[in-house]
Design a protein around this ligand. Structure first.
Ligand code: 5AD
Ligand code: SF4
Length: 499
């Protein structure tokens, strides 16, 4: 497969002396010396990730591939020879942040590091980034995560700036080394990339391309391996996980289910991985068999993220969501009527073009009906190139803000009473670390994806514990460890480690 690296300086490269000067400039920046040496191979790379879980997974993959090519990864942008910013373009503000952050990162270091832009902004803007941020050396598209070392080499060879916006290579490995994972206990496992839905407001189909599903064999093997490595939880991730449709049956033969995603869920539940979460689900493709699978397997977690975007049919049509409010309610009913109590979260956009007060009130009504455990609210942001960008962005910013606050305030109250309902109940918590708020507290997520804090010993990180909820805030729960029989749990250890 053609890698399609586009050297912007191709025309300049052969001019006498220029290539050599550029080589010195780049090798200088990569190794800190002017001599012709291989030490640039030991250059350090800093990767900063903005945006969604998909970007986190891509950064993990990029880091794995760079380390394999001989680079060291660092957490300090000041000391890095190569600084990469993995970017998000889902809303305009996210995109503006990218350019600001590049300027900040550049000024942090006296080393003049090589600067690379990865992710959605890179894919969409391509070469245009160089006009906005002339210091950028590399533009790395969303499917070029495994080719960054090749791009660095091209810089070393004298090219002034390099761009790779091509597809992933056929058969490209999805390997992620444990050291590059964002957590030693929770792993993101992409199962599908891209999106075919083309909701009218959304840039993702343009930044991430068409849907491509990994084979079930590959995913099941990865989850088995993660389990052997001690991971306690996997998040199956993708723009629309339930649109999962691999090219072959490979790995699904023994699993039943109404859709390939339902079959994949059962196949993964059979691996014995302790907790399996998945996000994001697309309403139109949400089959009730997903709920049936969750009821059958306790390791499929009791949480569904099902973005609705609006409570008005008129707006949903204009958003080209492919579902109406009633269709959405049918999915919600299947979730709410489950034998297990399933947590439900969603995304909503306020101020979409043409959204009237009446449309907005329909959204307000929808959240009463859905009783969400959590809600991400966004003010509509016009994205160039999307169908909605051709509509007049006619809801004034002040009105968007007003609707945002009204929705947020109502959700706050609804959510508070849902959280209050947890008091007295025991939830299973994967301990992910110490709480930022208190030295004595540990923090983690429940299977229903709520943040739970409780007193505990730092050595318990990575364990799955039963916690009885004693206090509810609006965005987190507080509790006490209990044994499975309901009695008080593990006593606190002193710092010396004695019980
Ligand atoms: N404006 C505002 N919010 C958006 N989202 C996606 N595109 C836009 C946009 N143009 C929101 C949707 C989506 C979430 C990830 O981001 O609610 O579900
Ligand atoms: Fe965007 Fe719609 Fe695809 Fe979600 S389903 S990523 S909102 S186009």
């Amino acid at each position: 497969m053609k890698l399609g690296l586009y050297p912007l300086s191709a025309l300049l490269r052969c001019k006498s002396g220029r290539c050599y000067r550029l080589w010195l400039r780049i090798s200088d920046r990569l190794s800190g010396v002017q001599s012709v040496s291989k030490s640039w191979m030991k250059s350090t790379v800093y990767i900063e990730t903005l945006g969604c879980q998909m970007n986190v997974a891509d950064s993990e993959r990029a880091a794995t591939s760079l380390r394999r090519a001989g680079y060291d990864l660092t957490l300090s942008p000041e000391s890095a020879d190569v600084v990469l910013v993995n970017t998000c373009s889902v809303r305009e503000r996210a995109e503006q942040k990218v350019y600001k952050r590049i300027r900040q990162l550049r000024s942090l270091s006296t080393k003049k590091p090589v600067i690379g832009v990865m992710g959605c902004v890179a894919q969409l803007e391509g070469q245009a980034i160089l006009a906005k941020a002339p210091d950028v050396d590399m533009i790395i598209g969303t499917r070029a995560t495994d080719r960054i070392s090749i791009l660095i080499e091209r810089l070393k060879d004298g090219e002034e700036a390099v761009i790779d916006l091509e597809e992933r290579a056929e058969g490209e490995s999805w390997d992620v080394s444990p050291v590059e994972r964002h957590s030693p206990f929770v792993a993101f496992v992409p199962i599908i990339e891209g999106c075919n839905k083309f909701c009218s407001f959304c840039i993702v189909p343009y930044s991430r391309g068409r849907e491509k599903s990994r084979t079930a064999t590959e995913i099941v093997d990865e989850v088995k391996q993660l389990r052997e490595l001690g991971y306690k939880e996997v998040h199956l991730i993708g723009q629309n996980v339930n649109s999962y449709r691999p090219r072959s049956e490979e790995g699904l033969e023994k699993s039943r289910g109404a859709t390939p995603f339902c079959r994949l869920l059962r196949a993964l539940a059979e691996t014995g991985m302790e907790r399996i979460k998945f996000t994001t689900s697309f309403p139109r493709d949400f089959h009730p068999d997903i709920v049936a699978a969750i009821e059958e397997y306790s390791n499929l977690c009791d949480w569904v993220h099902l973005p609705v975007q609006s409570g008005s049919d008129r707006i949903l049509k204009s958003m080209r969501r492919g579902h109406l409010v009633e269709d959405y309610f049918r999915r919600v009913d299947a979730i709410k009527n489950s034998k297990r109590r399933l947590s439900l979260t969603s995304d909503i956009i306020v101020g979409f073009p043409g959204e009237t007060e009446e449309d907005f009130q329909a959204t307000m009504k929808l959240i009463e009906r859905c009783q969400y455990d959590g809600l991400f609210i966004f003010k509509y942001s016009s994205r160039p190139g999307t169908p909605a960008s051709k509509l007049v962005d006619d809801v004034p910013e002040s009105e968007k803000k007003k609707r945002f606050l009204e929705l947020e305030s109502r959700q706050f109250d609804l959510q508070s009473s849902i959280y209050q309902g947890y008091i007295g109940r025991a939830v299973s918590v994967l301990v992910e670390g110490r709480s930022a708020r208190s030295e004595e507290d540990l923090t983690g997520h429940s299977t229903c994806h709520k943040v739970v804090n409780f007193k505990g010993d730092p050595t318990q990180q990575g364990e799955i514990l039963n916690v009885r909820i004693t206090e509810a805030k609006s965005y987190s729960l507080y509790g006490q460890q209990v044994n499975r029989d309901g009695t008080r749990g593990v006593p606190m250890r002193t710092p010396a480690g004695d019980a």
